[in-house]
Design a protein around this ligand. Sequence first.
Ligand code: GDP
Ligand code: GDP
Length: 433
Amino acid sequence: MKPTIALVGRPNVGKSTLFNRLTKTRDALVADMPGLTRDRHYGHGKVGDRPYFVVDTGGFEPVVDEGILHEMARQTLQAVDEADAVIFIVDGRTGITPQDKIIAQRLRESQRPVWVAVNKVEGMTRGVVVADFYELGLTEPTAISASHGEGVRELISEVLERFPVDEESAEADHPKFAVIGRPNVGKSTLVNAVLGEERVIAFDQPGTTRDSVYIDFERNDRHYTIIDTAGMRRRGKIDDVIEKFSVIKTMQAVTDANVAVLVLDATQEVSDQDARLASFVLETGRALVVAINKWESADEIQRDRIKREIDRKLTFLDFAKFHYISALRGQGVGDLFKSIDQAYHAAMIKIPTPKLTRALQLMVERQQPPLSGKIRPKLRYAHQGGTNPPVVVVHGNALEQIPAVYWRYLERSFMTMFKLQGTPLRVQFKRGD
Ligand code: GDP
Ligand code: GDP
């Protein structure tokens, strides 16, 4: 399992600083592709081989305003509610404050496991600083310095210890796709349209309301799992309350899937939330198919608008296939499956080292990496470092001098040469031999 950890605390205690540290834990060699939009509030990281999600709740002002909780506090409470664990950050330099006590009270009520992190303690005597915070009545406080990185690894390891380790076998040998999108785009309708025709093999009741529903089914004798983030609003149950949209639920579903199906509404503009979901999928490296739904009811103006907006706001999804569908009428669902199959196979492809190396040599022949001063990076050979997304590890010298444009050129060339449609592909560089 990949637990979700919410960072909670009053403003200025160091939540963002800790968030940045916790989400910056990738392999030193694996630099990120530059130019991606990032959502500051949601991220993922790893300690050793243990992955996790982090949510920066942005600030908890538990001021009760005429009986109504501040909007920020409300959002924080939702994040706490959806998280598996909470790190409650307090400021070791200012000591305990009345606000801290109110937050502590709320966290106790939430019944989530809470770790108290006393921050900004570099250069201070730990035992003395933390003593103050026993009064919060939560677990034993841990001293950290988010900006200096002290105690952070220990803290996060301790949190992760509480959760079971993923078994490797959990990896699916068939397409397992998450249907995601903001509320009302037609996710439930699409899920129902898909399942209405097919043989459902198994149906997993969600453990809690925040979980997605997993359904195994067969289509044309092939096995699929659909991850329904809308939670299978039952057919005919019209007055079912509109689901609270949960980013965390969506992120977990995407991570757990090998393909994401992003549903957009053709009659609406492409919203920031659509773009955020899309960039999250890209960041996880999952394969992707985009379904623009309600096509039958979009007029000419709306159709033009959404196509224009996709070109402008979702350019980074150029590796994915786009389908114009009507879930309500069941139109386009068959083609959608073709793309899901294609994206799944592209994501899971295994290319032998000689083939990759030959392709690499061809790319270098066509276009050499640019000189950096007097040095020209040398690309020697390539092997595959992983699937879903396919990772190509390139070995050579002076690779840290390779500019982003050339990096991108390599990624694109691998994708076209091996005809990978529907999955991103990542190139990593490895120095030496
Ligand atoms: P947030 O409002 O809770 O997200 O807090 P920020 O992460 O923005 O940090 C607030 C201030 O505290 C910034 O000026 C940080 O540089 C500072 N800060 C964060 N962590 C530490 C730390 O470990 N030690 C010290 N001395 N300052 C820190
Ligand atoms: P969800 O919140 O994403 O699961 O969206 P729903 O499946 O509940 O659909 C929201 C609304 O859009 C409902 O009123 C559906 O009947 C409607 N809807 C879904 N798919 C289509 C479609 O293809 N065309 C039209 N015109 N309406 C649709």
